[in-house]
Design a protein around this ligand. Structure first.
Ligand code: GCB
Length: 598
């Protein structure tokens, strides 16, 4: 049989994968480390032909005793999926390059009325996926999901040979670029699933509360549903708890609906109410749990459900420091967001890339507001049109995966990007794109402050395009001493909500000295006191902060042999999970704010 498949770089993403019929391909995968990419390129550095016997996506079993095979997968070399490779074997600690992952599996074949996809939660950074010797596709971007449909006839009931080439090399024209202040964990870092869906299925949908109706007795829930292909029929929307069952007609591939509801309990951080929402079409049926709330900016304030809210935030990297690994899944999310709760936080900034899907789900159920960001970080190649397209793709994948999560209130298009014309054009495009993809949330980016004749000045031109002006500021750590905060003058060009998306200082957990001694817990504690006093004097558009950072985290840029050793120690929790002194300073401030806003 000759199979010919159209290969696509990226197919439409399936939303809410966990709500579908899935078979997990997590677990043990065999691997080959391939720093020279021998399995991919021949000795003339040309991509190997699909049927090249030496390609690592093809069988590693010699045909007979005269046959030569120079690659092989064995149980002696196993990596767990999902998990970064760095934490699984010391030889991977600093590794950046190609690793081939291989899994053999049996499968139930889809019926004539079904399709089957392979879905990856994330692979850092580039993935080429092959099944039974055929290439399914390729994806770039280390923190967003992707899927490929498995063409009919390719999947077998037994002994499917699935190979993924994973490459985490840093490159100048990728996102992030060469330089970041975090560990470049490689591997298949999130779940892998086979997803079976009906031939015509709901590929994406959004269900949300209409802003204009937030204060009305009868509120309006609006939404849309998109199918994977042109189709028409009736769509049923049910919210059993509200006794809602409505029909909408879909034509071509889309349905829109608008429902009047009475007695809707809004989603708030104090009472994060979620409703079961059921969408069903002629062939498909899908369940989600959705919270209903609105978020908008009015003048100098952020309004949640039409009431001013102060964001008691904290930044988080997707890392479990105690085990020096990437975080993934519900348990890790409960650990990280539980720490944020202990701090009296009502908001987290998930830095600097989209975290795994469990984070926003757990945030939904705990009532924690979320800032979600793409890794447009520092000095990426702004003048390059391809790079802009890559950023747009990551933005789209981030938004599409999570746009039904009530917890997410802010999409961020980047962090500390340097002010110049090409960059501002690039960033503006991202702001416009983010709004086009989702006009129910706020758009921001973490900007920088600069000193103009002794005044801390916020005038980055990008601030004119974002909904809130967010800035990172380290007065007393990267410049001067914490006491410099006392006389600091601030000038903000924009009359919009002002949010401090970062501020922080390092302290090695357990190192105690007087407060003037750098790296001591006392210095960090002092820094937080001075910063908070300064925040209290900010103009009335100050709407909150998310200091840097919840936990100490790994970074190859941090090479002080006594106080860092490859760690950025700005955490309020240290490497072992102990609270530093500054933790209590911020916790008390947040408790105070909470009392005063009640
Ligand atoms: C920043 C960056 C963050 C760094 C932090 C630091 O401004 O946004 O990624 O880790 O400062 O510790 O310097």
């Amino acid at each position: 049989m000759i199979l010919s498949f159209a290969l696509s770089a990226q197919q439409h993403l399936i939303t809410n994968v966990t709500g579908r019929k899935t078979v997990s391909l997590n677990g043990d995968w065999q691997y080959i480390v391939d720093p020279y990419e021998t399995g991919f390129y021949n000795y003339r550095w040309q991509e190997r032909a699909e049927n090249d016997r030496e390609a690592y996506w093809n069988s590693d079993v010699p045909d007979n005793k005269t046959d030569r095979k120079e690659h092989g997968y064995t149980d002696e070399y196993i990596l767990k999926v999902p998990q970064d490779w760095n934490s699984q074997d010391s030889k991977f600690l600093f590794y950046e390059g190609t690793v081939w992952y291989k899994k053999t599996f049996n499968a139930k074949l889809p019926s004539a009325n079904e399709r089957i996809y392979i879905h990856f939660g994330a692979v850092n950074y580039q993935a080429h996926v092959y099944l039974n010797g055929k290439k399914l596709g390729k994806h770039t971007g280390g923190f967003t999901p992707f899927n490929f449909e498995i063409p009919r006839g390719l999947l077998k009931e037994e002994n499917n040979f699935l190979v993924v080439k994973v490459d985490n090399k840093r490159l100048k024209d990728e996102i992030p670029t060469l330089n970041t202040d975090w560990w470049n964990y490689g591997g298949i870092t999130r779940d892998v699933n086979l997803v079976t869906v009906p031939n015509t299925f709901i590929i994406d949908y959004a269900v949300y509360l209409e802003k204009a109706s937030v204060n009305a007795k009868q509120k309006t829930i609006t939404g849309w549903v998109v199918f994977n292909e042109a189709a028409s029929g009736d769509l049923t929307i049910e919210i059993p708890e509200l006794k809602i069952k409505t029909e909408a007609v879909y034509k071509s591939d889309t349905a829109r609906f608008s429902i009047q509801v009475k007695n809707l309990q809004l989603w708030t951080p104090e009472k994060p109410k979620l409703y079961q929402v059921i969408l069903s079409s002629t062939q498909d049926r899908l369940i989600d749990k959705i919270g209903f709330r609105t978020i908008e900016v009015k003048g100098k304030q952020i309004l949640l459900n039409n009431e001013a809210i102060f964001l008691r935030g904290i930044c988080i990297h997707e890392e479990i420091p105690q085990e020096i690994r990437r975080a993934n899944g519900q348990r890790d999310a409960l650990q990280l967001l539980g720490q944020a709760k202990e701090l009296n936080a009502n908001m987290v900034r998930l830095a600097h890339y989209p975290h795994n899907e469990a984070m926003a789900k757990v945030a939904d159920s705990l009532g924690i507001l979320v800032w979600s960001e793409i890794p447009v970080y520092w000095t990426i190649d702004f003048a390059n049109a391809d790079v802009l397209n890559k950023a747009k793709l990551q933005l789209k994948e981030m938004i599409q995966r999570d746009h039904n999560r009530a917890s997410i209130i802010i999409w961020s298009v980047g962090n500390e990007t340097p002010v110049h014309e090409a960059r501002t054009r690039f960033m503006r495009e991202l702001v416009i794109r983010a709004r086009a993809l989702d006009n129910t949330r706020l758009i921001s980016a973490a900007l920088e402050v600069h000193n103009v004749n002794g005044t801390q000045t916020i005038d980055d031109p990008l601030g004119q395009y974002t909904d809130i002006v967010s800035v990172n500021e380290y007065l007393g750590w990267y410049g001067g001493l914490p006491s410099n905060c006392r006389n600091a003058k601030w000038s903000v060009k924009y009359d919009k909500p002002l949010f401090f998306s970062e501020t922080g200082a390092e302290a090695l957990g357990g190192f105690h000295a007087d407060s003037l001694t750098r790296w001591s817990e006392e210095y960090q504690e002092w820094y937080y006191r001075e910063q908070i006093d300064m925040m209290k004097r900010m103009p009335d558009n100050y709407v909150g902060m998310s200091p840097w950072i919840l936990n100490d985290f790994r970074s190859p840029r941090r090479n002080n042999p006594v106080y860092q050793e490859g760690w950025n120690n700005k955490g309020l929790f240290d490497q072992k999970g102990n609270k530093k002194k500054a933790f209590y300073v911020l916790k008390n401030y947040y408790a105070e704010v909470e009392r005063s806003t009640k």
